[in-house]
Structure formats: C-alpha cells, structure tokens
Design a protein. Structure first.
Length: 272
C-alpha cells in the first residue's frame, strides 16, 4: 500500500519510523509531505526516500494518505490537497476533533478512517482507537489496522462518537498517569525523601505494577486486595481515597474530557 504521511511532526515521524521498522512498508512505498526544513532533515535520518515540501502530482500515485497535522492547520491544507485526490484514495486522519463528514465535504473523498493514537505510540507502546465510514472495505480496514498496530495496540469502533470517548480515556490518559505520579513524588518529598529518591520510588513502582499486571490475569481489585491487608498501611490510604470520592473525581475528569472533545468536534464542523 503506497502511503503518504502529511506532517512530519512527532506523530508523523512516529508513524513513518514504525511503518518502516516493522517492515510493513518498503521505503519506496512511503512518502512524507512536510514544510519544515528542520523536520525534513530529521526525516532524512530515518532513511525516508520520498520527501516533499508541497502537494503535487505524486499524491495521485498514493493509496493511503495519513493526515498527521494539527487540526488548526486543516483549513490551509485541505484546499491545496483536494485537487490531487481521487475516489481511489483512503484518508486516515489523526486530527483530533475533525469528524468524518467534515473530511468528506472538505476533501471530496468517500473512504475515510479516523484514528486517535496516544503519546506512548512514540515508543511502540501506544493505544490507538479508530473508526471508518461504510465506504472503507474490510480488507482496507485490516491493512490500516496492521499499520496502526506497529505503534502499539489498535482497537476498532463502529461508532465515531467512541473516538471522543477514547480521547478522554487513552488519548488524554498519559497525562492523568503523570499527574498521579507527580502528586506521589511531591507527597514523598514531604515524607522526607529527596527528589531523586522520590522519583525512583514512584517510577519503579508504576513500572513494576504495570509489568505485574501484564504478566498475570488478576483484576485491579484483586491486586489491591493482595497489597491492602486488613488494618494495614495500604488500607489506611485506600480509606482516604474512598472518603474523598476519588473514583467519582476521576469519573468527572474523564467525562469533562469527553464533553470537551465533543465540543471541539462541533466547533470544527460548524466552521467547515
């Protein structure tokens, strides 16, 4: 599948590198369109053969076009891209909040796939949610899923609104994890640890806990019960979480992220 990635920023570079490293694409089948000279130099270091700074006839040769630009750049991109598109093209957009029907109307393309990767995709540990309109065939979906899976895990949803939900959970999720880790580090320094000691204690605890979960089949509640013995230190901490409604706060935070994702999509649609 001849693939064009538009945008050589963090996620565009991640996709380009992952597609090639996994040998799911040959270098000759990958093209990147990027305006920044600095970004182009980095891309050359990835042994990408086909690099361009502006849309042209080479786009017509592509099968899959990955839109890896910021949503606010789409208004400038779409008019320059549209003249080179045809019904054979598949659009894979990772632009947050830009809905399928907006892409269809702005680009005149029927085959649209939307995806929401997250930050750990940069190290091959990402979680990507994706959806597509009915024009995309099962074979094409599988081919795209194989590409997305080079950056970690990929899960398909039939309903587009689930991408907004995924944005709230996995898309924004790394920030929640880092927030909790940072809070634990700050609390640890108040207990007498220096910053480097607190960082090591927290980072290794998170890393080890995730590895433990990955290598076993127990639920989170079952792991908690293994750590929190009756009348012990962990139980004392868990009681504070319960008293302050931590579960409810987390639920409200995710719902706020979900609602904001919906709002951004509606704003982009009205603007279109």
């Amino acid at each position: 599948m001849k693939t064009l990635i538009i945008g050589g920023g963090n996620m565009g570079r991640t996709f380009a590198s992952s597609f090639l490293t996994a040998h799911i694409l040959r270098p000759a089948d990958l093209t990147v369109l990027e305006r920044s000279v600095q970004a182009l130099e980095y891309l050359r270091g990835l042994n990408i053969e086909n690099l361009h700074t502006r849309p042209a006839d080479y786009i017509q040769e592509q099968n899959l076009i990955v839109l890896a630009v910021k949503p606010q750049d789409s208004d400038e991109l779409f008019p320059t891209l549209k003249p080179f598109l045809s019904t054979k093209h598949i659009i894979l957009s990772i632009m947050a909040g830009v809905q399928i029907d907006t892409l269809e109307s702005k680009l005149g393309i029927k085959k649209i796939i939307r995806a929401m990767p997250n930050l750990p995709a940069q190290i091959g540990m990402g979680m990507t949610a994706f959806t597509a309109n009915e024009e995309v065939s099962r074979k094409e979906l599988i081919e795209v899923q194989n590409l997305l899976s080079t950056t970690g895990k990929a899960i398909y949803f039939e309903q587009e609104k689930m991408l907004d939900a995924a944005t709230a959970v996995s898309g924004s999720g790394p920030a929640y994890v880092f927030y909790f880790m940072s809070a634990m580090m700050k609390a640890a320094t108040k207990l007498g640890f220096n910053e480097s000691q607190a960082e090591l204690l927290v980072w290794q605890t998170f890393s080890g806990s995730i590895d433990l979960q990955n290598k076993n089949s127990l639920t989170c509640d079952e792991w908690i019960s293994k750590v929190a013995s009756r009348g012990g230190t962990t139980e004392a901490a868990m009681k504070i979480f319960a008293e302050h409604g931590t579960d409810e706060i987390i639920g409200k935070a995710l719902d706020a992220a979900f609602q904001r994702s919906l709002e951004l999509g509606k704003k982009k649609k009205k603007k279109a």
